[in-house]
Each structure stands twice: as C-alpha cells, then as structure tokens.
Design a protein around this ligand. Structure first.
Ligand SMILES: [Fe+2]
Length: 368
C-alpha cells in the first residue's frame, strides 16, 4: 500500500512505503518507518523519488517484478566483477573472476523464470536506484527489459540467457573512460564525447576475449549505441547489419537511461520516453520492437500520480494485462485542486477520459 512521491516533497512524519537500500544492498530505512526530520536531507541526497504510505495510498498494492533478494544477488555479482577489473591495470589481460560466468548464467536463468511469468512490468524500475548504485541498477533494469522483449519474441531460453548477460555487461567499457568524463554534469566537449563513445569498443574488446562467455555478449556491448539509419556508433552500422540483440538493447538502454533519475535532473516520465522512442522508430529504433516494448512496460506505473483530461488528479492503482496504457486509477483531487472523496475509474471502461500528464514532481506537488 504505497504511492510514489518526489523526495522534494518529503515531510517529517511521513511513513515509508518501501524499504530503501544503499549501494551495497544494506537496508537504510525499513518500510513502515516514520521519516524523521534528520533523515530527509540524506534521503534527498540519495534518491529522487520514494514510496510513502498514507490514507491516499490505501488500496494501492505495489508489485515487485524481481524479488529484492534476486536483484541484490545479481547486482553484487556484477559489482564484484566490476571491482576485479578496476583493480587490474593491464587492459590486455583482463579475466573473469572464478565462478563469475557460471554464477551470472544461473542468475539469468532465475531472472528468465520470473520474466516468463510476467505479462507487463507494472512498477517503476527506475525508482529502485539510488544515485550511487545507478550503474548496477541500470544494468539490471536493461537485462529485465531486454529479456522481456526477447521472451515476447519467443527466442529460445539459451539465447535469452546470453541476452541477459550481454545486457548486464553492455556498458562495461565505461570502466576505462575517465571518471571525470563519466560523472560530468554538463554537456561533453567533442574530445570527451569521443572518449565516452569508445566504451562500446572497449566493452567488445574485453568481453570478446572471455572464452567462458558467448561472443553474442561482446556484441551487446559493441552494438548497443548503433542506430538503424547508421547514425550510431562506433561503426555506424545500419539496420540490416545489426544483430537482433543490438536492436533490442538500443531500445531498452535508451529507455532506462532516460527514465533514470540523475543527481542533476529528474528522470523523464515513462510515457514521454515511450513517445520519444515512437518518434524515432523506423529511423533509429526498430518500430516492431518499440511497439512490443510499449505493450510490456507500464507507461503509468503503479503508485504514480497522473492528471486526467477532466483535470482531476489520480493515482495508478492497477494495470491491465492487455492495455497497460489505460490503467485503473483512484481520483483523489478535483479539477480545481480540491481534495475529493476518492473514487476508482477504470480507463479501459471510461473511454472518454485520457491521461494527459504524469510527472512525478509537478503533479504530485499539486496533490500534497
Ligand atoms: Fe552505453
């Protein structure tokens, strides 16, 4: 029973609706705890949005696509390998940690079993990330989205496992991009952009030498920034030259990167990012993949706040399997901003109403 809220709006006395974890997977604050004045700045420094429990959130049951224990195990496997590579200076002789390949394969099989039972991703996966564990959460989210798409395309399980591993490791080349370029908050210079873009080649260079991994894994790193019309990098491949995994990763990587919150900007609302992908489908992104993706991921996740076309504000309560873009919502504020006795509206039944806006910060501000 919880709803999503921007941390800008946190006030003492609010009740946490979902536990908060640090980058090492330790619980920072347990679900159900009251937020004290002294926690607020720390929470804001780490998270852009959290879930709270209040009288408005009664009846909103959050879903957890991937159980937190599974997520943390996978993220820790990745972070251990990442640290192992960071400590080894010789770029030419990088190896996998003993047991990494077997471990990640087993973990991707577990993820595949979960995904096979998931019709739509109903939660905001970006909300899980704190600013300091963004890389691992992003890799995990990209793996979840890529496997959802691959599963919907009915790819065989062995390929889906390789796709998952490739998604987990797609950005590994960033380890060899200077930290000040990676963490720069402003626009990159031409030299910095060139340095940043090398990560695709470096990822391929390192991964293609690991005999325990499929060569497809290296191609996930190599091709995830290629675009159908040849405008991507590093090789400027066109659609017919790209591997299917490259096309899948291009869609899901950009989606997750845009919805993720950064310390210097909030994430874009999922519906806006989906719109962006559709506007570039057929030129940069595969239209069939974008279209399939839009049926597999809720544009308005459970617990999000939305504005309806009659100018009422509502919370997303449930999401239909077949039409994720028209959820069941709970109207909590009237058109003039007044609190109302909440009532449920199923947007699949009430076809004259549409969602006009969903922006965590702006809309939620008008509710609280
Ligand atoms: Fe990348």
């Amino acid at each position: 029973m919880a709803r999503q809220m921007s941390t800008v709006l946190l006030r003492p006395g609010m009740i946490l609706g979902r536990s908060l974890y640090d980058a090492r997977g330790r619980v920072l604050l347990q679900r159900g705890m009251m937020i004290r004045e002294q926690y607020i700045q720390t929470i804001r420094n780490m998270f852009a949005s959290i879930y709270i429990e209040d009288e408005l959130s009664a009846g909103i049951d959050l879903v957890e696509t991937v159980p937190v224990e599974v997520r943390l195990t996978v993220e820790q496997t990745l972070s251990r390998q990442w640290e192992h590579w960071e400590q080894h200076a010789s770029f030419e002789r990088l190896t996998l940690q003993p047991g990494f390949a077997r471990g990640i394969r087993e973990q991707m099989k577990t993820l595949l079993r979960i995904i096979s039972d998931t019709t739509v991703i109903r939660e905001d996966l970006a909300a899980i990330a704190s600013f300091d564990n963004g890389t691992y959460v992003h890799s995990m989210n990209v793996a979840i989205y890529a496997m959802m798409l691959g599963h919907a395309l009915r790819l065989p399980d062995s390929l889906l496992v390789d796709l998952g591993i490739g998604a987990m490791l797609h950005d590994v080349g960033k380890l060899w991009v200077p930290v000040d370029v990676i963490n720069k908050n402003g626009p990159l210079t031409a030299t910095e952009t060139a340095m940043m873009q090398r990560h695709a080649e470096w990822g391929h260079h390192v991964l293609s030498r690991q005999t325990e991994l499929s060569y497809l894994v290296a191609h996930c790193a190599y091709q995830h920034h290629e675009r159908l019309n040849g405008s991507g990098y590093p090789r400027g491949l066109t659609g017919d030259e790209m591997h299917q995994f490259g096309k899948i990763l291009a869609v899901v990587d950009v989606y997750d990167a845009m919805v993720m919150h950064r310390p210097y900007r909030p994430g874009f609302p999922p519906a806006d990012v989906m719109e962006y992908l559709f506007s570039r489908a057929a030129t940069e992104y595969d239209l069939d993949l974008v279209s399939l993706f839009s049926q597999k991921v809720a544009m308005y996740p459970i617990g999000a706040t939305v504005e309806l076309s009659d100018r009422t504000n509502a919370l997303v309560v449930r999401i239909h399997d077949n039409v994720p873009s028209r959820p069941v919502v709970l109207v909590v504020k009237g058109p003039d901003g007044e609190r109302v006795e909440p009532w449920e509206v199923d947007l699949c039944q009430q076809l004259n109403l549409t969602i006009t806006r969903s922006h965590a910060t702006v809309v939620i501000k008008s509710i609280d």
